[in-house]
Write a protein that binds this ligand. Structure first.
Ligand code: ADP
Ligand code: GLC
Length: 491
């Protein structure tokens, strides 16, 4: 099958969160499964082309925008440990600046930037002679590729046999644009936008809604989230649209690229280890604590180390941290190591924990991929106390390192972590149900009580490390969805 992936992020070239990881791991896995795929992303100003061996080509793609034509020069890179080609669109007006989205408020021309990206991806495929079976768009940024396929390319014999599959990684970000401008940039007639149309929500052009309505199949990144978006407020006021597409909507659990995230082979951690050599995990903890400036006595005091790596947004449950952790830090029952960046109010929460407990709350504000791997390997437990979580990758990464997740039972967290049952010896982590500091505290309490009981601790770590959330499984599930989508357009 030939798959065109259109994404605003792809790891390691440009990543803000899990979207980048998934947009890279799926095409790599499809290649292993014998499918052909290319990825199209913008060439952002911050991408380190030298480091990633990204080269300019002399291919110029003509991109229809409105009633005129704009241009992108193609650059080409290859995803690490694979032959998957990534085409990066160089257009300095749109992309040659710091950042991907212009957070927190977004660049004012995101409508035009992302419409350009989607439209340019189709034209890139054409220019390269890559006739796709599937156009796979991710999240609101590239969602408008779905209506483009059905309207702009309806009579285009090179592209109109493709099926459009739209994957929702997060319902919160919807890509709301001024309708007049956006419809014009898309090259559509004003009649396409009206109250109640597939583009419209509360008077604005809603990219996410258009992606949901115009695609042949809609996926979310976990089965539980697929349910939650229809039946709970996780649907973010698009429940009706999702109900309308219910028979074409399915949750496909994300997978892990184990060439990047495996304690046995990870090149970014201090010491590799497997389930059989788990005692070596301890070196990772010792080195990390030393790097954070702890002394020999502290390094060997045997306190459990609890890690967390996250974007700092309302989604991630940072509000629970202070009251959830206070008891354990005050009473010297554990140590935490927190890495995150994002909203300043949450950065302040982390800083204030570090100030209150300088030797026990180790905090690094910022984005640091190497440190994220080190924390995953060094910690005994890993926190993901999210308010909601479409899938979540860090808990799956943690499992492979024998780092036991403590998570809220929501979205993909509920699909990937199973409460440890001391009676049966089944389970991989500790969960709490309500979004409350009290429940969070109880789950942490349960977790650290097991840390001290050797047989249980051995079993749970072994259970964790033998889980298999490989992106190959996820990629095959997508292929099944793609066949299903093709049946629809080609029957
Ligand atoms: P989300 O996409 O909602 O942020 P995921 O768990 O799916 O959540 O993916 C987050 C990805 O981003 C993981 O690869 C995680 O390691 C990475 N990440 C998040 N914050 C940071 C950070 N401050 N430094 C390094 N990596 C981070
Ligand atoms: C989103 C979600 C996260 C998910 C990631 C990759 O950013 O917040 O839960 O794991 O996308 O699909």
């Amino acid at each position: 099958m030939r798959i065109l992936t259109i994404s605003a992020e792809v790891t390691p070239f440009a990543k803000a969160g899990g979207l980048g990881d998934v947009a890279a791991s799926l095409p790599k896995a499809w290649e292993e499964l014998g499918h052909e795929s290319i990825v199209v992303i913008p060439k952002y100003g911050h991408i380190d082309c030298e480091k990633h061996s990204i080269q300019p080509t002399d291919i110029i793609v003509a991109v229809p925008i409105g009633t005129w034509t704009e241009y992108a020069r193609l650059w080409i890179g290859t995803l690490p440990d694979s032959g998957v080609k990534v085409y990066l669109l160089q257009n300095s007006d749109y992309f040659d600046r710091e950042g991907i989205y212009g957070n927190p408020d977004g660049f004012t021309d995101n409508d035009r930037r992302f419409i350009f990206l989607a439209r340019a991806a189709f034209e890139t495929a054409r220019t390269l002679g890559f006739k796709p079976d599937i156009i796979h768009a991710h999240d609101n940024h590239t969602a408008l590729a779905m209506p483009m396929l059905k309207i702009n390319y309806a009579n285009d014999s090179f592209l109109n046999e493709a099926a459009g599959v739209f994957t929702i990684h997060n319902m919160v970000y919807q890509g709301l644009y001024d309708s007049q401008k956006a419809i014009q940039f898309m090259g559509l007639h004003r009649r396409h936008f009206f109250k109640g149309s597939w583009f419209e929500q509360y008077g604005a052009l809603n990219s996410l809604k258009a992606g949901i309505m115009f695609s042949d199949k809609v996926t979310t990144v976990s089965p539980t989230y697929a349910h939650e978006v229809r039946w709970t407020k996780s649907g973010e006021n698009l429940q009706d649209s999702l109900h309308a597409r219910a028979s074409d909507l399915i949750g496909v659990l994300n997978g892990v690229d184990y060439t990047e995230w495996d304690s046995k082979t990870d090149k970014l951690i201090y010491e590799n280890y497997s389930a059989k050599t788990i005692e070596r995990k301890e070196y990772n903890k010792q080195h990390l604590l030393a790097d954070f400036g702890l002394n020999t006595r502290e390094i060997s005091d045997g306190l459990p180390l609890v890690g967390m790596v996250t974007r700092l947004t309302p989604q991630k449950g940072i509000d629970l941290l202070e009251r959830g952790l206070d008891h354990f830090l005050k009473n010297n029952l554990m140590r935490v190591v927190l890495l995150g960046s994002g909203e300043s109010r949450y950065e302040d929460v982390l800083r204030s924990l570090a100030k209150k407990y300088p030797r026990r709350a180790l905090v690094q504000i910022g984005y640091n991929n190497t440190l994220s791997h080190k924390i995953t390997a060094a910690s005994d437990f890993f926190l993901v106390p999210s308010r909601f979580e479409p899938c979540g990758l860090t808990q799956m990464y943690a499992l492979k390192y024998g780092t036991i997740p403590i998570v809220r039972s929501t979205g993909g967290l509920a699909d990937t972590v199973m409460e440890y049952d001391a009676g049966t010896g089944y389970g991989t982590g500790f969960l709490f149900q309500q979004f409350s500091a009290a429940e969070f505290r109880t789950a942490i309490g349960r977790a650290i009580s097991h840390y001290r009981i050797k047989p249980h601790w051995d079993i749970i770590r072994n259970n964790a490390m033998t889980q298999n959330f490989s992106s190959l499984i996820s990629a095959q599930n997508y292929i099944n969805v793609f066949h299903w989508a093709l049946e629809k357009v080609r029957s």
